[in-house]
Design a binder for this molecule. Structure first.
Ligand code: ADP
Length: 463
């Protein structure tokens, strides 16, 4: 539950300068939101990003360390020092890097700055998948069948749990993330070995051997619900997204709303998400991720940060999520009530990656020339320009192409045109693949599961 803040606490949350602790398209996106709110910005960079265009448009621009992220974008002390030197009053972590690091949220607030994101305790709860599942069950959010406790050591008890759930099951590390620390167990004979392997991996990679078990769903879709909460106990949801088009657990295309899901199915789930936010005193933006199979929702995790795919929700809801996130961090009351949220039309986002469209190997180098689409209903979130050097050190996402139209078919047509009008020379990108995907019959129909893209790629290779 939210403790009411007194006037002095609230006053301490006001700031006029935001340090953006990130890089690439999201650093540019956050800077735009700050500027529109009349806030000053501090951009930071590693040595590899000294030429970043958002550095030139920021009020201050500091190089905080070498190219490897561990020494720069993940270096908490260097970021706090940069904030101190530039007089920043708040830190926006973007996504990735330190955005879901509870210790960083705490360190920022202890340094007397505002962390534009949830409290450390919320991040810690949601970062522990067992604790997250327990909090969700308490709030009435539907979860994947399986206990909300860690697996016991006793082999007979573990066998009993698996039997009760029914094979196939999945063993997951409580501290796992990024698609690691999970193992599917198709039948009883493989249970103990899978547990031993996952436990060892969890111990080494996540520092905790705690595991849990749940039903493995075979053909789910990935559906997520966007929430927005202030520090006064107000929480709303802004509709849903379908992010089932994935390769190796990485989303490639996202859309809002998720096609073919009746509102009477999603509404109670969304209300339960909002209730969960109120119960844990959540502040800021967040995303509840679900697997959806045979008309039912199953919670898998909550992301306690801004997401790459937030623009599709901005396009359909008309709400600037980044601006709202900054405003609630300042202690302002949510301007929008649930009854005022209306989602209209359909939006797609394509992630344009600097990678070989066949081998998926990252493609670094200089962009010699480029053309980006523009026009009504089209948005491009990017930091690249002709002459920009794509460095090999970071994620390969270089631009997001977003469209919005009155319905899904028109949005698809608009995306086809936008993709045709996009040209990026000098490096390889996944543009050919995205163009082919928007002509695929299954995708055009909608509602494909999370394995669809990988199977589609396999068929294309075989053809
Ligand atoms: P991470 O934090 O590593 O991203 P998630 O719990 O979000 O882990 O799961 C990542 C992916 O693994 C999901 O998007 C889904 O593809 C798959 N997955 C996770 N749990 C299940 C499950 N119970 N059944 C089927 N697939 C699952």
């Amino acid at each position: 539950m939210v403790e009411p803040l007194d006037k002095a606490d609230l006053a301490a949350r006001r700031f006029d300068t935001v340090l953006i602790a990130n890089r690439g398209e999201i650093a540019a996106r956050i800077q735009r939101a700050c500027r529109e709110l009349g806030l000053k910005t501090v951009a930071i960079c590693s040595e590899a990003d000294k030429q970043a265009p958002y550095g030139k448009t920021a009020d201050s621009f500091l190089c905080i360390g070498p190219s490897n992220a561990a020494s720069s974008y993940l270096n908490q002390d260097a970021i706090l020092l940069a904030a101190h030197l530039t007089g920043a009053g708040a830190v926006h972590p973007g996504y990735g890097f330190l955005s879901e690091n509870a210790a960083f949220s705490e360190a920022v607030e202890k340094a007397g700055l505002v962390f534009i994101g949830p409290e450390a305790s919320s991040i810690a709860t949601m970062g522990d998948k067992i604790a997250a599942k327990r909090a969700m069950i308490l709030a009435g959010v539907p979860c994947v069948p399986g206990p909300d406790t860690s697996l016991p050591d006793d082999p007979a008890s573990v066998e009993r749990i698996a039997q009760e759930i029914g094979y196939p099951v999945i063993i997951k590390a409580a501290g796992g993330g990024g698609g690691r620390g999970m193992r599917v167990v198709p039948e009883a004979g493989q249970l103990h070995e899978a547990i031993a392997l996952t436990r060892e991996e969890a111990r080494q990679a996540f520092g905790s051997p705690a595991l849990y078990m749940e039903k493995f769903l075979q053909h789910p879709r990935h559906i997520e619900i966007q929430v927005l909460c202030d520090i006064h106990g107000n929480a709303i949801w802004l509709g849903h997204r379908d992010c089932s088009m994935q390769r190796r657990h990485q989303k490639v295309v996202e859309e809002a709303p998720a096609p073919g899901i009746p509102s009477e199915t999603i509404k109670p789930v969304s209300m339960a998400c909002v209730e969960a936010c109120r119960q844990i005193g959540y502040r800021g933006v967040g995303t509840f991720e679900f697997l959806y199979e045979n008309g039912a929702f199953y919670f898998i995790e909550m992301n306690t940060r801004l997401q790459v795919e937030h623009p599709v929700t901005e396009m359909t809801s008309g709400i600037d999520i980044v601006q709202a996130q900054i405003q609630v961090a300042q202690g302002l009351t949510l301007e929008t009530a649930q009854g005022d949220v209306t989602c209209t039309g359909h939006s797609f986002e394509c992630r344009i990656n600097a990678e070989d469209p066949e081998s998926f190997l990252p493609s670094a180098g200089t962009i010699s020339d480029l053309a980006l689409p523009e026009g009504p209903g089209i948005r491009v979130d990017t930091h690249i320009h002709a002459g920009y050097r794509v460095s090999p050190y970071y994620d390969s996402l270089i631009a997001k192409l977003i469209v919005h139209a009155p319905n899904r078919a028109e949005a698809m047509a608009e995306m086809r045109d936008a993709l045709a009008a996009t040209r990026i020379e000098g490096i390889s990108t996944n543009l050919p693949l995205l163009r082919a995907l928007f002509d695929d019959e299954g995708f055009v129909r909608g509602g494909t599961d999370i394995h669809y893209l990988e199977q589609w790629l396999k068929h294309r290779r075989a053809a």
